[in-house]
Write a protein that binds this ligand. Structure first.
Ligand code: FAD
Length: 511
């Protein structure tokens, strides 16, 4: 039970202590300040001046727009301050070796898809029945076309459809921007390293103690201390569930390279021998990283391959090596502590979902908190809903590895053979392979709110998970129900309403 329940529901002491000043800490601080600062809550964020932030995490889903909008922060304010760019989706290169399917684009959903996605669903279904129709997702989505042309997702004023998009940004600058915004909105910022966590008789956290001996007490503690999970894992011993059995990657090597005049509006994810490399364009530079499995190669081997991939000599620039703890807590909210960010878990960054999970966790917690009753049932509901989201993201990411068709290393072969699949993922893959409509399967499992049918279809069709070309029969009129020329024409005409990504960002910055 939450010991200070009385105080929280009544007054006077409503002290929230956030430990950690990475992106998760400052996102939590801002959302909590927005909801509670004018209700008499006191929010303090403690950040160690000696332990740095992870300093990676430069891609988002469209959810981040909702976060900024909810705080009333415009793109004109935050994007230039964080060297940010727009993101229409992710291009996956070399994950599949099937002819004609060595790359595909995973678009964020957008309104014009209503006109083109039915044709894609139809074709991907018919091709799985063994009929030779166009089944590659890249032919069906406006976002794919815009990204290929390095256009921005911001339409001219008269364009009647909404486009969803995410962002790329410098994570250090974003942290600094959010820190200033939080301080301006009343969040108290303490720079100190915590070296002790004190628990009360019932097991709740009573206070944290800094290296300098200052004791900071609170009613509610938010653990944003990164992978170390200082409060939730170390002090409260919340159990950590590893995802290592079906997500092998546990390491990354990162480096920044100079920017280019032409600016991509997509993340590029290229499969390498022991994992995959990201390329994230910012206005100031490019962020690159290679996420790999240390069970299949050494960090030195990964670094050598990564440098070759980027065309970088050893003398050019230093790289940074990182370890990743992949999995999730069993309980994200335990006692009077909620964990947010890397402390609550991490799924490798293939779909850039970590900040999305941060936002969902904080918003979900605020909802639960507002309901006011800190019962075990309430806490369990919250934990289940966060775990469901973690598992849904995990399934979608695992699918990328399970359906790969590379055979150049044991890493890829083992991934394709891996039988550690959840029953949910197994059913989705079976539905696809048996030629069924997978939207029905997603509906049946009620999981299309996490990844919609378009995402699953793009993934499986994008890898070319179809009968072999020689097994396909020519398409008849029924199979070719949708005229691809009309679709291409519609997409092309829509795209005339968008300008180049670089021009759009220059316009925003007034140059
Ligand atoms: C290789 C890699 C790539 C990623 N790519 C993406 C991506 O593209 N998109 C995405 O959304 N996410 C991505 N992420 C995840 C993303 O980086 C994190 O979710 C995000 O940065 C939030 O981190 P955090 O705030 O939880 O932890 P951190 O940034 O590690 O911050 C921890 C904070 O806790 C403080 N702290 C720790 N111990 C103490 C102590 N004893 N006393 C006081 N303070 C303490 C530190 O000072 C620091 O301020 C990636 C992660 C990795 C590893």
């Amino acid at each position: 039970m939450f010991e200070q329940n009385q105080k929280l529901s009544g007054a006077p002491a409503k002290k929230i202590v956030i430990v950690g000043g990475g992106t998760a800490g400052w996102m939590a601080a801002n959302l909590m300040a927005k909801n509670w600062a004018n209700k008499g809550f006191e929010i303090t964020l403690i950040e160690s001046p000696d332990i740095g932030i992870i300093g990676v995490g430069e891609g988002s889903t469209p959810q981040l727009k909702g976060f900024m909008d909810s705080l009333g922060i415009s793109e004109q304010e935050w994007m230039p301050a964080c060297n940010a760019t727009y993101k229409l989706g992710i291009k996956f290169k070399d994950w599949s070796v099937r002819p004609g399917f060595t790359s595909y684009f995973h678009p964020f959903p957008a309104q014009p898809d209503d006109y083109t996605a039915p044709a894609f669903f139809h074709n991907s279904y018919v091709r799985r029945q063994g009929v030779d129709v166009q089944g590659h997702p890249d032919h069906f989505f406006l976002a794919t076309h815009l990204a290929a042309q390095k256009k921005s997702p911001i339409a001219s004023e008269n364009f009647p459809f909404e486009i969803n998009y995410g962002y790329h940004f410098d994570s250090t600058l974003l942290g600094q921007f959010l820190a200033q915004f939080a301080r301006d909105n009343g969040v108290k910022h303490v720079q100190a390293t915590i070296n002790d966590v004190r628990l009360g008789a019932g097991g709740d956290i009573v206070s944290v103690v800094t290296e300098g001996g200052q004791e900071i007490s609170g009613d509610l503690f938010v653990d944003c201390s990164g992978f170390r999970g200082l409060l939730i894992q170390q002090a409260l011993k919340s159990n950590f569930v590893s995802f290592g059995k079906n997500l092998f990657n546990d390491s990354a090597v990162v480096v920044q390279t100079p920017g280019t005049e032409e600016l991509e509006s997509q993340t590029i994810s290229t499969a390498l021998k022991y994992g995959w490399a990201w390329k994230i364009p910012l206005t100031s530079r490019i962020g690159n990283g290679y996420v790999f499995s240390s069970s299949f190669c050494t960090p030195d081997q990964a670094e050598t391959e990564f440098r070759q991939h980027l065309g970088l000599q050893e003398s050019d620039v230093a790289v940074r090596h990182l370890k990743m703890k992949v999995g999730r807590l069993e309980q994200h909210w335990a006692k009077n502590c909620v964990a947010v960010g890397l402390s609550q878990g991490f799924i490798e960054p293939l779909e850039a979902t970590a900040l999305h999970l941060v936002q969902e966790t904080v918003e979900g917690f605020i909802d639960a908190f507002e309901k006011g009753s800190f019962t075990d049932r309430n806490r369990a509901q919250f934990n289940n809903s966060i775990n469901d989201r973690f598992e849904a993201v995990r399934n979608y990411i695992v699918a990328h590895y399970r359906v790969n068709s590379r055979s150049d290393t044991d890493y890829w072969v083992e991934n394709a053979r891996n039988e550690h699949l959840s029953s949910s993922l197994r059913s989705v893959l079976e539905a696809w392979i048996r030629g069924k409509n997978i939207s029905d399967e997603l509906d049946r499992q009620d999981i299309d709110r996490y990844y919609p049918s378009i995402s699953w279809n793009c993934l499986l069709a994008g890898y070319g998970l179809y009968p072999e070309q020689h097994q396909l029969k020519p398409g008849n009129e029924l199979a070719n129900k949708y005229d691809l020329n009309n679709i291409q024409d519609f997409i092309h005409r829509c795209s005339l309403n968008f300008q180049s990504h670089r021009d759009e960002l220059n316009r925003m910055m007034g140059s």
